[in-house]
Design a protein around this ligand. Structure first.
Ligand SMILES: Nc1ncnc2c1ncn2[C@@H]1O[C@H](COP(=O)(O)OP(=O)(O)OP(=O)(O)O)[C@@H](O)[C@H]1O
Ligand SMILES: [Mg+2]
Length: 353
């Protein structure tokens, strides 16, 4: 299990059409060996299509696909060194756990004893040593999903593909299994492409996230980059909570813009060259509430929820409702209190589309 081959994935101008439907418009993407990259985006944006194209379960209408440097554009699934973990586990109910894990090896005519040994190693890897003789129905949902991961990994794929692998699990188990998948991927140095529409899950497991929208890439980068440097209103809103305050860019210089926000002039970080209407991205935990006599934007608390380690406020201001997350839980503000909303301009971001 230690010599699992790692491979890169590259799409050049890949188009996928299903009849009149364009599921992918000229997609360029690149996954580095040993990294876990997530395809994240709303339903119907083309995530599963991208995964199936990597697997060879669908063929590209245009463009080329490389895996581990090899042009696999015209190779079918059988000839690609990838394995896929499905949302539904797809375990064989009448086979034992060990037989399920060994199944792909048996199909590839690996000798029985060797297949059984590899299956045993695979089960140990996912923390299911000793479960080999059970039937899938004798396991919990999380354990079944781990069997599905073991079954994919024992094939020693160059690329491991996972399509919403956690969606059948409850919230607590989802977190546990996603941590396990990430640990196994890192320990084996596997290249993995992971599909989800859950942004928190994507942030938690990924080296890089590719956010898709309407059959194309909206933005890609590390979880940190996407959160701190969204390039559009869509990304700012999709990755983490954001308040989007309408403003006007009146001027810009090298790394900074002067904006007008409710009659106040502010200087904020900006690298673009657009004047006029924009939105200022204000993250809820970057906002601070102070007494109304202090400088800032005036508002009134309309909602307050105490959550133990933080308080979530809704504040009605001239620029609209703001969602504020405060880690100061002593002496909270109450509904109806007048407040001044403050932030550090260095923590803001302008988006213009
Ligand atoms: N076999 C098919 N025939 C025709 N259209 C298809 C086919 N498979 C997918 N599509 C269409 O292609 C687009 C992308 O589908 P895809 O399954 O890749 O979306 P997705 O991002 O995985 O969505 P979800 O989050 O709902 O799983 C959708 O508009 C879908 O209706
Ligand atoms: Mg899908």
């Amino acid at each position: 299990m230690t010599n699992t081959t790692i491979g890169s994935v590259r799409f050049d101008n890949v188009v996928k059409k299903y009849g009149a439907v364009t599921a992918l418009k000229k997609l360029d993407l690149s996954v580095e060996p040993g990294k876990l990259v997530t395809l994240l985006g709303p339903s119907g944006c083309g995530k599963t299509t991208t995964l199936r194209l990597i697997a060879g379960l669908e063929m590209a209408t245009e463009g080329s696909i490389h895996i581990g440097g090899e042009d696999v554009t015209h190779l079918t699934a059988t000839y690609r060194k990838v394995s896929m973990v499905f949302q539904s586990y797809a375990l064989f109910p009448h086979m034992t756990v060990r037989e399920n894990v060994a199944y792909g090896l048996t199909v590839k005519s690996v000798p029985k004893a060797e297949a059984a040994e590899k299956a045993e190693n695979g089960l140990e890897l996912v923390g299911l040593k000793g479960f080999g003789d059970r039937l899938p129905s004798e396991l919990s949902g999380g354990q079944q999903q781990r069997v599905a991961v073991a079954r994919a990994i024992v094939l020693e794929p160059e690329v491991l593909l996972l399509d919403e692998p956690l969606s059948n699990l409850d919230a607590k188990l989802r977190r546990h299994v996603r941590e396990e998948i990430r640990q196994i991927q890192q320990r084996l140095g596997l290249t993995a492409v992971y599909v989800t529409h859950d942004q928190e899950e994507a942030m938690a497991v990924s080296d890089n996230i590719i956010v898709m929208r309407n059959a194309e890439i909206a933005q890609q980068g590390s979880p940190h980059d996407l959160y701190e440097k969204p390039n559009s209103e869509f990304i700012a809103d999709f990755i983490g909570d954001a308040n989007l305050a309408p403003c006007e860019i009146s001027n810009y210089a090298k790394d900074e813009a002067t904006i007008v926000l409710n009659d106040k002039k502010l200087k904020v970080p900006y690298a673009g060259t657009h004047k006029g209407a924009a939105k200022l991205v204000l993250r809820p935990h970057h906002l601070k509430l102070a007494e109304p006599s202090e400088p800032g934007f005036e508002g009134e608390i309309t909602y307050a929820a105490y959550l133990g380690k933080e308080i979530q406020y809704t504040v009605d201001t001239e620029m609209g409702e703001l969602f504020v997350v405060s880690s100061v839980v002593s002496n909270p503000f109450a509904i109806g209190n007048r407040v001044s909303v403050q932030w550090d301009n260095a923590h803001t971001r302008l988006v213009t589309s």
